[in-house]
Write a protein that binds this ligand. Structure first.
Ligand code: DP6
Length: 419
């Protein structure tokens, strides 16, 4: 991990962290600087093979400044959130020694060593899919590895939280709860794992990346406006979420999909209602999002119990959670009926776990064109080609992991500059 050249060395670590999607939403801070929320939230971690950030961090006596590259482009590290994460990790750094390579770093020396950071997302940042959650979780996790920080995941989550609130939940796989905490210093505002990814293996996640030209309001400024102006947010945080969180924990524990889906959909809808209750109102969902909700609601209703849950974050993309593979196949067929691909290439229209396409009998565009209209829908004739950019098929996944294979490092082991 380190290489020596005329007395100089570069010490590196690489890690990979997943993204997560909240089923009980975090929306609103009680402390902006420390990123302390007004309510607990619960999320599912997505498979890092499909949606994750990979980060390489390095230190060397030859580095003259802290520097960072995101998806190949150098970005500034001067922002308060990066600085908080760097400061908190450096505070917890411990002695490190690699005798073979002749590297010895004392606890107090870490403060003097500059870091280089390179990070890359395996999904488009512009797609509006919680890239900051994966990114900050990965930064904190990997810096922790490099600086030999004690592996206390609760503490790592509270540091990641200071990068971006939702990032604290990406420190674990499976089902995760971010406990809002009570203390002013935020030390009890940490994430805990409710169950790992093996607990509920049947769930299949399909994400519709919805086309949108609109510049969206960032979560940070959106939730600030909601806290200042929305009376519904107060009611939600104080009255609705506390009991919903308890019910959601029960639903997860008991694999109760009906309850899980009802709570997930209701919470997404209430979050968007809070956005509408904000002055000026914030619109994250668009017509396509609403159409997808209509499709799922009608289907769930016609079956008499929920088959699929939907949830939307601060953007128009739909995250759909199907209770098993068979349901996911039916869901995909219905989605592709209404939102067929614009061009002939089906395999780039569905990414992630592509094997679902063959399970759905969809091998070519002709197969998509031959799909029957969903019987539960009244309007069959209208289709919305082009309204979805592409779909991702995924599942629940594991938490952050160190990447041992040096060939996957994003920084050069001699220069410490992106490869
Ligand atoms: C709608 O974590 O992106 O996705 O803490 O200001 O960085 P900051 O906000 P961020 O907000 C996420 C909001 C959400 C809901 C959620 O993930 O719980």
């Amino acid at each position: 991990m380190a290489s020596e050249e005329e007395g100089q060395w570069v010490l590196m670590a690489t890690g990979r962290s997943p993204t997560n999607i909240a089923v009980i939403k975090y929306w609103g801070k009680r402390d902006e600087a420390l990123i302390l929320p007004v309510n607990d939230s619960i999320s599912v971690t997505l498979d890092p093979d499909h949606l994750s950030a990979t980060t390489t961090v390095a230190v060397s006596p030859s580095f003259s400044a802290d520097r960072m590259w995101l998806n190949g482009k150098e970005i500034s590290l001067s922002g308060g959130r990066f600085q908080s994460c760097l400061r908190e990790i450096r505070k917890r750094a411990r002695d490190f020694e690699d005798e073979k390579k002749g590297i010895k770093i004392k606890k107090e020396d870490w403060e003097k060593l500059h870091v280089h950071i390179a990070s890359y997302n395996n999904f488009p940042t512009a797609a509006g899919l919680a890239s900051s959650a994966a990114g900050f979780a990965c930064l904190v996790f990997t810096l922790g590895k490099l600086m030999n920080v004690k592996e206390d995941y609760g503490e790592l989550s509270s540091i990641a939280r200071q990068g971006s609130g939702s990032a604290c939940r990406s420190i674990y796989g499976g089902f995760v709860k971010w406990c809002m905490g009570k203390k002013d210093d935020g030390s009890d505002s940490i994430a805990v794992q409710l169950a790992d990814e093996a607990h509920w293996k049947d769930l299949v996640i399909i994400i519709a990346v919805v086309s949108s030209k609109q510049k969206e309001t960032s979560s940070t400024s959106g939730m600030r406006d909601s806290v200042e102006t929305s009376p519904l947010l107060q009611y939600r945080a104080q009255t609705v979420v506390p009991s919903r969180v308890l019910k959601m924990e029960e639903a997860i524990k008991n694999h109760d999909f009906e309850l899980f889906a009802k709570l997930t959909c209701a919470d997404s809808n209430q979050f968007h209602a809070v956005c509408l209750d904000t002055s000026p109102p914030i619109f994250y969902m668009n017509d396509t999002s609403h159409r997808i909700i209509g499709l799922v609601e009608k289907w769930n209703h016609s079956e008499g119990c929920p088959q699929v849950a939907y949830t939307f974050d601060a953007g128009p993309n739909a995250v759909l959670i199907a209770w098993d593979r068979k349901t996911a196949v039916l869901l995909l067929q219905k989605l592709l009926y209404y939102f067929p691909p614009q061009d002939k290439d089906l395999s780039s229209y569905l990414v992630g776990d592509k094997s679902i396409l063959s399970d759905a009998g969809l091998h070519s565009i002709e197969d998509v064109e031959a799909l029957p209209a969903p019987p539960e829908m009244k309007m069959h004739d209208q289709k919305f080609k082009g309204d979805v950019s592409y779909f991702i098929c995924s599942r629940l996944g594991a938490g952050p992991k160190a990447v041992a294979d040096e060939s996957q490092a994003l920084l050069d082991s001699v220069t410490g500059i992106p490869k």
